[in-house]
Design a protein around this ligand. Structure first.
Ligand SMILES: [Zn+2]
Length: 360
């Protein structure tokens, strides 16, 4: 399966990007002297692409491996009218991939990237670099999907964190994205101040910055979730989000709306990364996940961050209780299917039968 794998490089490549622009421009500039039929500077002036060798753009200073790729790309497009922004393009030969350490080295830019998502690339065909990201086009083996031994329930829309993840089999609980509330309040205040003083152009800028930070955080959280699932050989279980706006859950003391926090984006990132690593992502019915007791199943009382069960006396952080319930809901369903199938004398169902989840 061929796909694009994007990561932040955290470097300042503005010099190289400016050079790349120069290289590209050198092949597509308007040429006044193109043929003798053209009137110099006259109305027949047109853009043509000149064929240029990397030697002729050497003085620009970009590594030749990269300028060659740019010349190839822009030189072959006869109809280019303008060059806007030009990415650095590194061919496969310029990229070293170390499977053992899960890192990549691009020698011509002295760029080392580590802590990649733990997926094995069969090959890396090319890398394109802009101000912020490296986009690798990679070939990976289609993941057949693990058979989950455990389930990690993920509660979104929690009080104070973006997600709370909990595994009822191990009791492991992770709360992720605490910074979000702080970020949101901070940028909201800045925006309000700017609006009051009529600096509307800056408002847009601040909005863009916030959504960039949110996107990065979403990427980080989704990676953490998926890596957690791989390590525990577990599936990730979420609540089905459709119609969440009308449920009680949305009304609980929560400072975000779905609009200000992009849960759908987070979901997209999780799905994508889970697919890379063969982690099943399942969805369950969200009804009462925050009211039921994760220990005995009775309907309990939720009071802000605290959950108390009137039947068994279980006390827990309300979001942790909800995350456990989400996982248990899936686990129970799998157990029910297995029991039914066994009673019917059939084999334990194959993996994909379990992956359907409860669809309502
Ligand atoms: Zn209970």
């Amino acid at each position: 399966m061929l796909l694009t794998y994007k990561i932040k490089h955290g470097r300042d490549f503005s010099t190289e990007l400016a050079q790349a622009f120069e290289v590209a421009e050198s092949v597509v500039v308007p040429v006044h002297y193109c043929t003798r039929y053209c009137i110099p500077g006259g109305k027949y002036k047109k853009m043509i692409s000149k064929s240029r060798s990397s030697a002729s753009v050497k003085n620009i200073g970009l590594p030749s491996a990269i300028s060659n790729q740019i010349l190839k790309k822009y030189g072959s497009q006869k109809k280019i009218k303008n060059v806007h922004s030009v990415n650095l393009i590194v061919p496969a030969q310029g990229i070293k991939y170390f499977e053992e350490t899960n890192s990549i080295w691009i020698s011509c830019l002295k760029l080392h990237m580590e802590n990649l998502i733990p997926v094995v690339f069969e090959s890396i065909n090319q890398a394109e670099i802009d101000e912020e990201y490296v986009a690798f086009s990679v070939e990976i083996e289609e993941q057949s999907g693990m058979i989950p031994q455990q389930f990690i329930g993920v509660d979104r829309n929690t009080t104070g964190h973006i997600v709370v993840a909990a595994n009822p089999d191990t009791g492991v609980v992770r709360m992720m994205g605490k910074a979000a509330l702080h970020i949101h309040t901070k940028y909201k205040n800045i925006r309000t101040a700017l609006q009051k003083s009529g600096q509307y152009r800056k408002v847009k800028k601040i909005k863009d910055r916030e959504s960039r930070i949110v996107r990065d955080l979403n990427h980080k959280i989704s990676k953490e979730l998926v890596v957690m699932a791989v390590r525990q050989n577990a599936a990730l279980v979420f609540e089905k989000l459709t119609g969440i706006r009308n449920t009680k859950k949305q009304n609980r003391s929560f400072k975000y709306s779905l609009h200000s926090w992009s849960f759908y984006k987070l979901q997209e990132f999780v799905e994508y990364k889970a697919k890379l690593l063969g982690v099943p992502v399942l969805y369950v019915n969200p009804a009462y996940t925050s009211q039921d007791c994760s220990r005995c199943g009775a309907r309990g009382n939720r009071n802000g961050k605290r959950f108390v069960c009137p039947v068994c006396g279980h006390v827990n952080h309300a979001d942790v209780n909800a995350a456990f319930n989400i996982a248990l809901r899936q686990k129970d369903m799998v157990a029910r299917i297995q029991t039914t199938m066994c009673t019917m004398g059939a084999l334990i169902p194959p993996n994909d039968a379990l992956l359907e989840g409860e669809h309502h």
